[in-house]
Ligand binder design. Structure first.
Ligand SMILES: [Zn+2]
Length: 198
C-alpha cells in the first residue's frame, strides 16, 4: 500500500470511457480532507456532458479497486473525519436532519466520501421528509447491497462498489418511477456541483 497523500490530483475518467468513448480530465481537490469538493478545473480538463443520463456520471480514480479494499482501519481513520469513518467503515447512522446535504438542490453529483466514486446524480435526489438525503435511483453498478439483520426486521444495506464503504439502506416506499428510496447518510457523501467539473 503506497502512501495516500492528503491532497492530490484526481484523475477523472468519465463513464463513457468505459464504453470505449474516451475522455478524461484532471482536477485538483481537497475532497478527502475537508469532506467537501472545492475543486477548481485545471489545464487539460474537459467539459462534462449533461448529467441527465446517469451513465455520463464522471468517476474519480485515485487507487484501483483492490487498493481501496486493502486499506486498513487506521488508514481510513486518518483519511476520514470521525462521523464519515463511523458511517463508512462501522455502518453507523447519522442523526436525521444533521446533514447539510438534506437541503442541497444544485445540479451535480453525489460521490462516496471514502473513495470519490460518484454514486448518484442530483436528478435522482428527492425530498423524502425523513431527514436523510434520499434518492429514487442510483447510478448503475456503483452500489452493492446485502441483507442487514441488526434490527428485528431485515433491511437492505448498500455500500460503495469500489471501497466497500457503507452508505445507507434502500427501501421499497419511494416515489415513481422506481418505487425505491435510497436513504443515504449525508456524511458518507460529498456533493460535486456540476459547475465544478464543467
Ligand atoms: Zn467508495
Amino acid at each position: 500500500m503506497r502512501h495516500i497523500p492528503n491532497k492530490f490530483d484526481i484523475k477523472l475518467s468519465r463513464r463513457s470511457a468505459l464504453l470505449g468513448l474516451g475522455g478524461s480530465a484532471m482536477i485538483a481537490t481537497s475532497l478527502f480532507t475537508t469532506n467537501s469538493l472545492a475543486a477548481e478545473p485545471v489545464a487539460n480538463s474537459t467539459s462534462v456532458d449533461d448529467n441527465s443520463n446517469p451513465l455520463n456520471a464522471p468517476d474519480f480514480e485515485i487507487l484501483n479497486n483492490s487498493e481501496w479494499r486493502s486499506m486498513t482501519n487506521q488508514q481510513w481513520r486518518e483519511r476520514l473525519n470521525k462521523s464519515s469513518y463511523n458511517i463508512l467503515r462501522k455502518e453507523a447512522t447519522e442523526r436525521p436532519y444533521s446533514s447539510a446535504l438534506n437541503d442541497e438542490k444544485r445540479d451535480g453529483w453525489y460521490a462516496c466520501a471514502g473513495c470519490g466514486q460518484i454514486l448518484f446524480t442530483a436528478k435522482q435526489k428527492y425530498n423524502s421528509g425523513t431527514g436523510w438525503p434520499s434518492f429514487v435511483d442510483a447510478i448503475p453498478g456503483r452500489l452493492n447491497t446485502k441483507p442487514d439483520r441488526k434490527l428485528f426486521y431485515v433491511r437492505t444495506e448498500y455500500h460503495c462498489s469500489r471501497c466497500g464503504g457503507h452508505q445507507g439502506h434502500v427501501f421499497n416506499d419511494g416515489p415513481k418511477p422506481t418505487g425505491k428510496r435510497w436513504c443515504n447518510n449525508g456524511d458518507a457523501l460529498v456533493f460535486v456541483p456540476k459547475e465544478t467539473l464543467s
